[in-house]
Design a protein around this ligand. Structure first.
Ligand SMILES: *Cc1c(COP(=O)(O)O)cnc(C)c1O
Length: 402
């Protein structure tokens, strides 16, 4: 096996991200296969006892066990790291495995975390229910308010954690400001970049320390596998994340890694085309519902900040209807083309009612605090013809009295 990052055909950081998405992390066997081969194995063999000992001691290169190394997984890790502009990346079994590992690997009893209150329901559950069991406390702030981050810092604050844009309110956090504030106080900034991926937003270039992913979303983008990833400096990944991962085992399966590798080859194309479609459908929706939240539309309260840190608005928007849950469900039930589904980033257009699905487990109080109201619908715009999506929504809106 030879990396195509060898002497002959160097895939190095001199290439641009869209090129890395197609080519970085390709290793080739002596057959010279075009696409990456798939390695479905749990263990490795050694030529001698001494060779086994040397590999375990880290004195000789080579893999020892697929909980920590596998060629298919490592190809994916190299590709994501290169795309992200990160020194290192470790793939995880799912997005939630990535978020949990990114937090638990570096926080200890007595530590404090500051998080933006608008976030994916299970992330909120981890902070509200899991971390306190290990003596880790948290404060939630309005992530849009730069001063709130500063006010929330305590002597023992170790981590800033946020999504931008956030799920499902599409709040935008000023990555450069919050990361710089964190640096000044020795706080590690962790960004959940699932809504954008490196195709649309590059948190490390804006100063963030760690980027964590659900690769299930735009990276796979075709509704096939669960996957996650965490990127950061080599010191942080090797020193903090790797010992946690090696000994607790939230490892990505090689087959899933291979699927995501294939997904990444079209990521740039999909992310931009889905953003374009979302803008077109969003402009139609804006005429028909009281409020739409999409960072690509000038009506978004943080449109200028979104333009500064995102290269496009993304595939996802939320809409707020006056008729509460009854009207929101009526829209869903009247759709013929767009699927009722809580996934995002998919090439198929999907729509869901967050209050009764993705954000149902966090409770009424947390939902109210985040702004996840009963009349909210969240839509992922896919690659269908946007005019068909508009016709489907038009029909459903009429049936629901909009
Ligand atoms: C989906 C999602 C996750 C969790 O990812 P899974 O792959 O479903 O475990 C975390 N954060 C955000 C913002 C998400 O959208």
């Amino acid at each position: 096996m030879k990396r195509s990052t060898g002497q002959d055909r160097s895939i190095t950081s001199k290439w641009r991200p869209a090129t890395h998405a197609v080519r970085a992390g390709t290793w080739r066997s002596e057959q010279g296969e075009t696409s990456e081969a798939m390695f479905i194995n749990s263990g490795y063999t050694y030529d001698s006892a001494a060779e086994a000992a040397a590999r375990f001691a880290g004195e000789k290169p080579g893999m020892t066990y697929s909980r920590t190394q596998n060629p298919s997984v490592q190809m994916l890790e190299e590709r994501i790291a290169m795309m992200e502009g990160a020194e290192a990346c470790r793939a995880q079994a799912s997005g939630m495995a990535a978020m949990t590992a990114a937090l638990l690997c570096q926080l200890s009893v007595g530590d404090h975390l500051v998080a933006a209150k608008a976030m994916f329901g299970p992330c909120r559950w981890v902070i509200d229910n899991l971390l306190p069991r290990f003596g880790i406390s948290a404060s939630f702030v309005d992530g849009r308010d730069n001063d709130a981050w500063e006010r929330a810092i305590e002597k023992n604050t170790k981590v800033f954690f946020f999504e931008t844009p956030a799920n499902p309110t599409l709040d935008v956090v000023d990555i450069a400001f919050v990361s710089a504030l964190g640096k000044a106080h020795g706080i590690v900034t962790v960004v959940d970049n699932a809504f954008c991926t490196s195709a649309l937003q590059r948190p490390l270039e804006l100063g963030a320390d760690v980027v964590a992913y659900s690769a299930t979303k735009l990276m796979d983008g075709q509704g096939r596998v669960l996957a996650g990833a965490v990127c950061g400096s080599k010191d942080w990944i090797d020193g903090k994340l790797l010992p946690f991962q090696r000994n607790t085992g939230p490892t990505l399966a090689p087959f899933n890694a291979w699927i995501v590798l294939k997904g990444l080859e079209t990521l740039d194309l999909r992310a931009h085309k889905q953003s374009e479609n979302a803008l077109k459908v969003g402009r139609f929706v804006e005429e028909r519902v009281p409020r739409i939240l999409h960072p690509g539309l000038p009506s978004h309260p943080q449109y200028d900040l979104a333009r500064k840190q995102m290269s496009a608005g993304g595939a996802i928007f939320s809409m707020l209807l006056d008729g509460g849950r009854e009207q929101a469900w009526a829209v869903l039930d009247a759709l013929e083309l767009i699927d009722i589904s809580n996934n995002i980033g998919d090439t198929r257009s999907l729509i869901c009612h967050p209050a009764s699905t993705t954000h149902s487990s966090i409770g009424d109080a947390a939902r109210a605090e985040m702004g996840v109201v009963d009349g909210m619908l969240r839509m992922n715009v896919g690659l269908e013809d946007p005019d068909d999506l508009i016709e489907d929504l038009d029909r459903a809106f009429k049936k629901a009295g909009l």
